[in-house]
Design a protein around this ligand. Sequence first.
Ligand SMILES: Nc1ncnc2c1ncn2[C@@H]1O[C@H](COP(=O)(O)OP(=O)(O)OP(=O)(O)O)[C@@H](O)[C@H]1O
Ligand SMILES: [Mg+2]
Length: 310
Amino acid sequence: MIPVLSIKNLTKMYGQKKVVNDITFDVFAGQIFGFVGPNGAGKSTTIRMITGLTPITEGEIRICGYSIKKSFKNAIANVGAVVEMPQLYPYLSGMANLKLFASFYGKQAVARIPQIVKLVGMENRINDRLSTYSLGMKQRLGIAQALLNKPKLLILDEPTNGLDPNGIVEIRNILKVLAEKEHMAIIISSHNLAELEHTCDVIGLINNGKIIEHKTMQEIKGIVSSKQHVQFLCNYPNYAALLLKKKYQLTSKVVGNSILVPLKEANIATVISYLTFKKIKIYSIKKIQKSLEELYFELLNNDRPSTSII
Ligand SMILES: Nc1ncnc2c1ncn2[C@@H]1O[C@H](COP(=O)(O)OP(=O)(O)OP(=O)(O)O)[C@@H](O)[C@H]1O
Ligand SMILES: [Mg+2]
């Protein structure tokens, strides 16, 4: 299966500054790829190169096998994109905006409008002027516009920026339908890893122009659960820690009247039985898990070069 989007050793220089530094990844049909990183990491610059809005300094981008450099027309024919705020006319209705853009693509695109409007859930407001739309509605109309040419690759640069939790869920549901039912490959950029948890299949974490992690969401969740601790509030925490070290080689941390034990869910019951057998009284048990947001900051901090003030 050839990837819908293939990026190889992509680099972008602005003057002497390397803002995208030798990145490589593929996105396949039906996959939602989350491009995550802090402000200035290089997400928009990469997206601008994929959509031909800025030239590639080095490397290669292929869309459905077509090179952006060598066969731009064939490559871009497969792309729908909303880069930053969608470019739409505020004094026209949503429908008039869509008709205008669809007319560039021909009759087939115009005929698809009702189906697209339904997909983005805008049937009730599509004939209202755009200037009366909320941010969430404008974003949904932007996605509708990007779908007019039946793209195989949909690119959304920070589509949930500024949206409330409801708006975020609405966009997420639209993207899931597009990936699952239409087998579209989707790239969505964000600076919030936690927000992508329920949306993306694959995560590419970018920092200072480099991809520092490229993992499935499943793998990311695996990292989070491997860092899970269980806190036992008990009567003799130091003794309990010693017992667990001897019996199971577990390195616990004593915090006040409790111990923090790096423990998988499957082993909690065994530890409780053993401590109870050893006459330790357990008053409470609490699972302590890193959030995705904490993991995100940890990964970014690991990537930071160590600095010395001497
Ligand atoms: N036209 C330009 N000329 C010079 N430098 C630029 C230009 N566009 C972007 N940059 C720089 O490239 C770097 C990457 O910017 P980019 O917009 O790709 O980041 P981003 O990951 O999209 O960040 P954000 O989350 O803020 O949108 C930044 O340091 C930015 O200042
Ligand atoms: Mg950006």
